[in-house]
Design a protein around this ligand. Structure first.
Ligand code: CP3
Length: 345
């Protein structure tokens, strides 16, 4: 297939499609037996850092009939070459060894040359593209500066983001310096991923819904805009994703992105109104719906399709990442259902 034929790329650009494309955030992962089997032998960081393993895991979910592959990696990987090493502790998620608690630590953070500090990612992208043989497009990605800062400052996952907001409100100068270092690292990293062969990139601002519109405008939006406005000049579609963003969608649109992510707490039709029908949208099934009996899953999927009304520019996805215990068979049935029921005449 030529690039313009992929329904996923066409939908990103709001062009007509034969049916709605579908992929799932975190589509490579623990819900798949093949992934769990590899994880018995290798750590998560091994899977991310060894291109042959990352390639194998990236390809695993494609047997489900999904319309795009996403590079197997993690948003936290750039933190290590920036000077903030971390590990994935069993059952606890990421743990940053020395969370940011002083200006001196922010001053010491490095802006990463992606070819030096993250060269294995560009090797993975080339290896995945060779293995894909043009079957589906490849999505690269990075974390957005607020979401990355929250891990750096909290030291791991967080409920209320108190330390992050303490820095943001209490020492705005240091906050903006931290955001600048993260943004420049992310901008160069996304550029390098596109140069290595990523067909689309997604910016994950997973926790941005923690901020009001006013605080987003003051503390985050200029930095996200700096990244996205530059990346968009490269001509590849860019997906701008967040959760809990009902009140932020218009500002996220202004910051940039060819496609805006919408989570399940914002009705898709309403979210798309806010984003504007001249931009594409991605979403927005609740990931936990996949645990429901099939008739309930079917009803929710059809309701998302109905809200999108076969308008060009809808990419079917979950509103956030797929959960570890999700039944694989349900995922496969959702892919088929979306394709069948969105088929254009
Ligand atoms: O989408 C994909 O299939 C590509 C792979 C991918 C991973 N992480 C692999 C991973 C992607 C796109 C990510 C992004 C990521 N990582 C985000 C943004 C997306 C989101 O879900 O909000 C965030 C916040 C992270 C940070 C992170 N990585 C956390 C909080 C955790 C622990 C929580 C958990 O789910 O266990 C991880 C670990 C992680 N990254 C796993 C995978 C498949 C779990 C894997 C395992 O233990 O084997």
């Amino acid at each position: 297939m030529t690039e313009t034929d992929f329904r996923f790329l066409r939908a990103c650009r709001s062009q007509p499609v034969d049916c709605t494309p579908v992929w799932f955030m975190r589509q490579a992962g623990r819900y798949m037996p093949e992934y769990r089997k590899l994880r018995e032998k290798y750590s998560l960081l091994d899977l991310c850092k060894r291109p042959e393993l990352s390639t194998e895991v990236t390809l695993q979910p494609l047997q489900l009939g999904i319309d795009a592959a996403i590079l197997f990696a993690d948003i936290l990987l750039p933190l290590e070459p920036m000077g903030a090493p971390f590990e994935f502790a069993k059952g606890e998620g990421p743990v940053i060894h020395s969370p940011i608690a002083s200006r001196a630590q922010i001053d010491a953070l490095r802006i990463v040359d992606p070819h030096e500090g993250l060269g294995y990612i560009m090797e993975s992208i080339k290896s995945i593209q060779r293995a894909l043989c043009g079957k589906v497009p490849l999505i690269g990605f990075a974390g957005a500066p607020f979401t990355l800062a929250s891990y750096l400052v909290e030291g791991g996952k967080s409920a209320h983001f108190v330390k992050t907001k303490k820095l943001m409100y209490g020492d705005p100068e240091s906050w903006h310096l931290l955001m600048k270092k993260l943004s420049e690292t992310v901008r160069l990293y996304l550029r390098a991923q596109i140069e290595a062969g990523a067909d689309v990139v997604q910016l994950f601002d997973s926790w941005i819904g923690q901020l009001s519109g006013e605080d987003y405008a003051e503390y985050v939006q200029p930095h996200v805009s700096y990244i996205l406005q530059d990346i968009m000049t490269m001509g590849k579609p860019v997906i701008h994703f967040g959760t809990g963003t009902q009140a932020l969608l218009r500002q996220q649109r202004a910051a940039g992105g060819t496609v805006l992510g919408i989570d399940w707490r914002t009705p898709l039709a309403e979210g798309w109104e806010r984003v504007g029908h001249d931009r594409a949208v991605q979403g927005n099934l609740d990931p936990t719906v996949l645990f429901a009996p099939w008739p309930v899953v079917e009803k929710h999927v059809l309701s998302v399709l109905e809200a999108a009304a076969n308008r060009p520019g809808h990419i079917f996805n979950l509103g956030h990442g797929i959960l570890p215990e999700t039944p694989v068979d349900t995922v496969k049935r959702v892919v088929d259902l979306v394709h069948e029921r969105s088929a254009r005449a």
